[in-house]
Design a protein. Sequence first.
Length: 391
Amino acid sequence: MTNILISGASIAGTSAAYWLHRHGFAVTVVERAPAVREGGYKVDIRGAALRVVERMGLMDAIRARGTGMRVATHYDAAGRPVATMDADLFGGRTGDDAEIMRGDLNALLYELTRDEVEYVFDDSITAIADDGTVTFERSGPRRFDLVVGADGVHSNVRGLVFGPEERFVRHLGHYLSICSVPDLLGLDREEAVHAAPGRTANVYSTRHDPGAKAAFFWSSPPLAYDHRDVGRQKELLARAMSGMGWQVPRLLDAVREAGDFYFDAVCQIRMERWSKGRAVLLGDAAYCASPASGQGTSLAIVGAYVLAGELAAGRGPEGYERELRDFVAANQALADANLKGMVVPSRLALWFQLRMIRLLPHLPGRDRMVERVAGPIHRAANAITLKDYLP
Ligand SMILES: Cc1cc2nc3c(=O)[nH]c(=O)nc-3n(C[C@H](O)[C@H](O)[C@H](O)COP(=O)(O)OP(=O)(O)OC[C@H]3O[C@@H](n4cnc5c(N)ncnc54)[C@H](O)[C@@H]3O)c2cc1C
């Protein structure tokens, strides 16, 4: 039997574990964290990814854990509501699209696979030899036929096999930080937003969350900081948001206490090849589209399905690359345009954005406007025809 090692137990890694096991491969997953990681933003599952989670039998569980968001309201610096928008339109969702917390989805995928595949937590690969011998920080060496790097945008496998991150990363000129905070605003399945030129603060509470998540986006050139130094990252966030009105100072106070702090540059990974020797990359490790694309999770889910299917069909990583390239390119292309709406560069652009939100329900061409918001993401999300890999 072919032995496959997956590095990373997040969305890409657990999805690949499921499909590889279904195709009869022996699967081991190594995850650096001591358990499947919680936390993160709410994520959307759209288009082809919906078909994949249906085939995994997860659709009902995903709907049951859905965020149930109702509405998004923009506030000015003094705290006055200035524009309100339907939450689905705000998130670019239509039709069957599902929205769920990243951590909830990760937990569902882990539950689905934990009895079928071997999970090794609290460990990390240190080297992959040409003969497939893999060495680890803690476990003893083992031999695998293939190593799947599903270990995120700062992928360890990519670093070991393909070289330093700087060669593949495209910085999109923004940062993003997210964490759990108490529900200071008493939100009920709603999102509250305050934007200033170059900076946006956002807080929301979903159906199953007794607390809230605070999210901050801002424009910035690349910052130098230690990825493990959370204290320093919180300082950088506070500096980026300083002087903002609305509830931002209260939110920043709450962020100081937050345990599940996420902070990263908004960036993409672009590579000419996703496989080399005995290694193949999957999800953000190979083709991160950035949170601004709204498609990172769907790309990871679809990529896992295609990788496992192409390996089972005997077409190897080359078949996976061939099937997925155009789909990835279409989804990565979404990010730049979306960013312009997420972080507005000037007061004039902000005034225009809020005016459009206020007018939208009353405009005769409303459907055309909705199509302008949600159309590109839906075309990209469906830009692949999934093969039936299982009989
Ligand atoms: C805690 C967390 C919070 C996130 N929050 C957001 C968010 O708010 N918004 C957003 O758009 N995206 C977020 N993401 C990224 C989002 O999950 C991905 O864009 C998308 O789901 C694709 O997933 P992925 O599995 O390819 O990568 P990721 O979800 O990044 O998962 C990579 C996994 O690999 C593990 N890993 C890292 N290094 C090693 C190593 N050396 N050895 C073994 N395992 C390793 C990580 O712990 C993680 O479990 C978050 C990711 C994580 C892990």
